[in-house]
Design a protein around this ligand. Sequence first.
Ligand code: SF4
Length: 593
Amino acid sequence: MSKEEASAKGYQKFDIILVTGDAYIDHPSFGVAVIGRSLEHAGFHVGIIAQPEWKNAEAFRKLGKPRLFFGVTAGNMDSMVSHYTPSQKKRHNDSYTPGGASGLRPDMATIVYANRCKEAFPDVPIVLGGIEASLRRFSHYDYWKDKVKPSILLDSKADILVYGNGEKQAIEIARRLSLGENIKNIQDIPGTVVKVKNVPAQAIMLPSHLHVSEDKAKYSEMFRILTFSNDNMVAQPVEHWYILQNQRCVYTQQDLDLVYSLPYQRIPHFSYIQPIPALATVRHSVQTHRGCFGGCSFCAIYFHEGKRVISRSEETILQEIQSITQCKGFGGTIDNVGGPTANMYGMDCKIGWCSSRPSCLFPQICKNLIITHKAWLELLQKIRSMGSVKNVFVESGIRHDLFLADKPQYLEEFCKHYISGQLKTAPEHCSNRVLHYMRKPPYSLHKEFQKRYAEIAKKIGKKQYLVPYFMSSHPGCDTQDMISLAQEIKSLGHFVEQVQDFTPTPMTLASCMYYTGHDPLTKEEVPVARTLQQKKCQRAFLQSQDPKNYDILCKALNDASRQDLIGKGPKCLIPEKKPGTGSPHAFSKKRKR
Ligand code: SF4
C-alpha cells in the first residue's frame, strides 16, 4: 500500500512496512501478500515497498518511518536462484517482475534491503522472512561465492529472522513491540531465530561457525544435527554471539483456513502496466496444504516449512474456489489444486509426526503414515461439480509412490478427470545408486507407475502422456549414471525440453554432499560433479539428441570408453558424424519419424 492509498483509508502512519524483491500481487500465492494481509487482519497498518531502487536509501524512506518494524524479504524465491542458472550464468528474465524484466532486485536482496532500511531509519527494528533468509539462518555453503557464510542475521544486521511459515511469528512480533517491549528482549518466539549472548540449557548445540567454515567434517556434523533437530531449539556459536533458533512454530488447519480466507484481490498492484509472468500460472489456482514429508535431498522444504503436512479444510478451499469463479477473466478452469506435493493433501502421521526421520517415504514408507487419497479426490470432485467450474487440473507435482501404495481406483479417478493431457512425474533419475543419494524411491516403482498409467489411459480412452522429470549433476551421479539415464530417456522416446541441473542451494542435504563430498547422515564418501564443465557435461546427457551437445558428449563417451554408443545402432546416443544445423525440435521430430 502506498502513502496515498493509506491516506485514503485514513492512516497517518504505517505500523509495519514490508520490503520485497517481487512485484506486489495481492494473491495468496505470494508471501508478502499473505504476511501483509495477516498483519492487517490482526489490526496493524501495513505498507509495502516492492522492488525498490536499492543503490541508496531514498526509496526506503518513501512511506515514512514505520511505527513497529521493517519486514524484509527477497521475495518468493531466493534472489540468487532467480538471477543465476545452475551453471552460474546470469538469467535474462524474472517471472516475479512486470514484463518478466530482469535486474529489478539485487543479488542477496535480503541483506541489501535490510542494510538500506537501517540506513533510512537506524532505530527501527528489522525482521527478516522468506525462503532466502530462512535457509540461511545458520552457517551455510554459498555456491555462488564458493564459501561457507555465517547466519544471514550477521550480514543483514537484522534483529529477528522468521523461518518457515511466517504469519503467526510476524503478528506476535508486532503485538509485543506494540505493547512497548524492546526488540532486543524478544528472543523466545517459536519459529524465529535471534542473535543472543546466552542460550537456554535445553538448546541443542551446533559446532561453531568458525569450525564449520574451516573443517568440512564439522560442517557435515552440523548438518547431521540440524537434520534431526529441524523443529527444535538449536544454537550455534559465532564470533561473540550465539545464533539461536527457537523451536518451530506449529501451524494448524485453523491457522491456514484463516490465512487463505483473507480478502485478497488476486490481482497485481494497479500501478503495473505489464503483466507479471508468475501470476499467469497461479491466478486461478488454490493451495490446499503446506509441508512435505518426502524429504528429497535436493529440496529445501523440509528445512523451510517442515515435513508435517497441514491441510486446509475442504470448506475454505471451496469458498476460495467460489471467489475465483467471480474473478474477472475466469473462463471455467481451475488451473491447479495443489501444494508442495499435490497428493499429500489430507495425509497424516498416526503418532503425531516424529523428528527421528527426515522423510516418511525413504528408505521405505513408514508404517505410521496414513496414506489415503480419499479426502483429496472427494475435494477435487466437489470442485468439479461447482456450477461455474468446467475443468479442474492438478499441475503441482505428485508422488507416484504414494499412488502405488493406495487403492488403484484413486489413480484411475485422478487420470479420468484432473490431468490436462500430460502428467508430470519426478523420478529424477533411473540409477538406483543416485536415487539413494537423492532419497527417492527406486526406479522400478516409476516403471510400475508408468505401466499402470498407460493401462488406465487405454481403459478410459484418453490420450494422456507421462512426462518424467530427470536431474543431472546431483551428488552421487557420475558419467556412467548419466549414460544410463540418456539411454533410458532415449528408450522412452522422450525429448527433454527443460533440463534440470542440480543447484547447491543453501540448507539442503544434497548441497552439504556437494560441498563436503560426504553424505552427512551416513558419512559415506560421495562422488560430486563439482566444476562447471563437469556439470555441463552431465546436463548434456539429458538432451543427447540436441546437436549443440554433440562435441561434449562425443568427448565424454570417448573418455568413458563407450565408443559403442556412437554411431547408428539402436542404443547409440550420438551419430558418428556431427549433425548439421537444425533446432532441437526439428532434430527430435526427424528422429521420431
Ligand atoms: S512416524 Fe513415520 S509417518 Fe510419522 S512422521 Fe515419523 S516417519 Fe513420518
